[in-house]
Ligand binder design. Structure first.
Ligand SMILES: NC(=O)c1ccc[n+]([C@@H]2O[C@H](COP(=O)([O-])OP(=O)(O)OC[C@H]3O[C@@H](n4cnc5c(N)ncnc54)[C@H](O)[C@@H]3O)[C@@H](O)[C@H]2O)c1
Length: 382
């Protein structure tokens, strides 16, 4: 709890189904609270409050008018063989318990542990078309991962950042960690942009070719055999993590947290790191990269494509028309490019890291909105 928020915390429970959950509205100065709904056995108020705060900064950094919020349901998200209806009962109980807040103050959505089908159930329970986003496409939802919106945005941010540091993307060598929803879409777009993708990994291993991998062939193998695609691709194979040490101009960690550690930061040949995953660089590594003059595009700037798509879904809730993917892609490209250039510029002028610059920018935007709405704490400097 501080001057930013949270504005409202609602804990809910239901003894009949055993449902326990929480909704946190963090800061709504720039617009109504929006953030996904997660289900995990360890959810607690503090975790959801922290994630809601992250959403406050994420929306402000991408300059879209929503505020920070997040919701969580405590429970096993997987199927319960002894009680197959249990998850649905819990989801319905959770949605009912929040009927005062949803959809006026919060819209249910997807995060860890929930699927599109779960979003459909919660929307059904509240009987309001506006109650949830993240719906299956048969109900008008936007399939972000299928479209590859986030990875596309990562590639657009990469091109803008490369331009900003005087490194033409055409011909630049890119090493990519992770070949899932984000990694595949980033690789596809980077290939279209003329970059040379020299290394790609999945949890099964990595493939490497200093002359450039055949990205369309790898994408085809990925569609056929998932993460095992790396075993079916010819050429040089590296162990998991080898891709981060490959000779490259640009590093795109798009798989997991803390992948770029101090050792990678000290030895990488890259001039640019673009964070496709959430929190892929340790704080120590960030400091080392900054010290070596290697520019990092922060996660909440580079992977905000999903957030932009979520904004379109929010807008489309009461419309009978499906949001047009072409319009989403254009907005993702324009916004993420502009934000990347602005954050790199500010980090140079202020002499701070891009992460610090991005956070400061987001905080200034929220502060300005609070001031305009008369929400600054008494005595705060105006
Ligand atoms: N999907 C989105 O729209 C989105 C939006 C914002 C942020 N993110 C973040 O991006 C990251 C990736 O998400 P995703 O949706 O692509 O997940 P995903 O599950 O679709 O794919 C993850 C990929 O990473 C690989 N991987 C896992 N551990 C690895 C390791 N140690 N080394 C190499 N590869 C490894 C997996 O094999 C898989 O190919 C996560 O941090 C996620 O939070 C995703």
């Amino acid at each position: 709890m501080d001057d930013w928020g949270p504005e409202k915390v609602v804990c809910v429970s239901d003894t009949r189904t055993g449902m326990r959950g929480v909704l946190v509205l963090d800061n709504t100065a720039r617009g109504m609270g929006k953030g996904g709904t997660r289900m995990s056995p360890t959810v607690d108020v503090q975790e959801i409050a922290r994630l809601a705060r992250t959403m406050t900064w994420k929306w402000a950094a991408v300059d879209l008018f929503h505020g920070g919020a997040k919701a969580g349901i405590r429970g096993e998200p997987g199927p319960d063989p002894d009680h197959p209806e249990r998850k649905e009962e819990i989801l319905r109980a959770f949605a009912r318990a929040l009927s005062n807040e949803v959809p006026r103050e919060y819209v249910l959505g997807l995060d860890m542990g929930l699927t599109e089908r779960d979003a459909a159930i919660m929307r059904d329970e509240l009987g309001d078309r506006g109650a949830a986003v993240g719906l299956p496409s048969a109900l008008g939802g936007v399939p972000y991962d299928e479209l590859g919106v986030t990875g596309y945005g990562v590639a657009e941010a990469t091109e803008a950042a490369a331009d900003a540091i005087g490194l033409p993307l055409r011909g630049a060598r890119v090493a990519l960690q992770g070949f899932g929803a984000v990694g595949t879409a980033a690789a596809r777009r980077l290939d279209e942009q003329g970059a040379t993708v020299v290394a790609v990994s999945t949890s099964e291993g990595a493939v490497h070719d200093p002359q450039g991998l055949d990205v369309p062939a790898l994408l085809k193998l990925r569609a056929e055999s998932g993460d095992a695609c790396v075993h079916h691709y010819g050429g040089e194979h590296l162990p998991v993590g080898g891709e981060l040490r490959a000779d490259a101009d640009i590093l795109v960690p798009a798989a997991r947290e803390d992948a770029v550690d101090e050792d990678v930061a000290r030895t990488t040949s890259a001039r640019l790191v673009v964070e496709g995953a959430n929190l892929p660089t340790t704080p120590e590594a960030k400091a080392v990269l900054a010290g070596r003059g290697i520019v990092t595009v922060p996660d909440f700037i580079a992977n905000a494509g999903g957030v932009v798509a979520a904004a379109f879904s929010m807008d489309a809730r009461y419309s009978p028309f499906r949001p047009e993917p072409a319009q989403i892609f254009t907005t993702v490209a324009t916004r993420l490019r502009a934000n990347t250039v602005q954050v790199i510029g500010e980090s140079r002028t202020r002499g701070v890291t891009p992460h610090e610059a991005a956070t400061a920018l987001a905080q200034e935007r929220v502060r300005e909105a609070m001031e305009l709405r008369g929400r600054l704490p008494r005595g705060a400097a105006r």
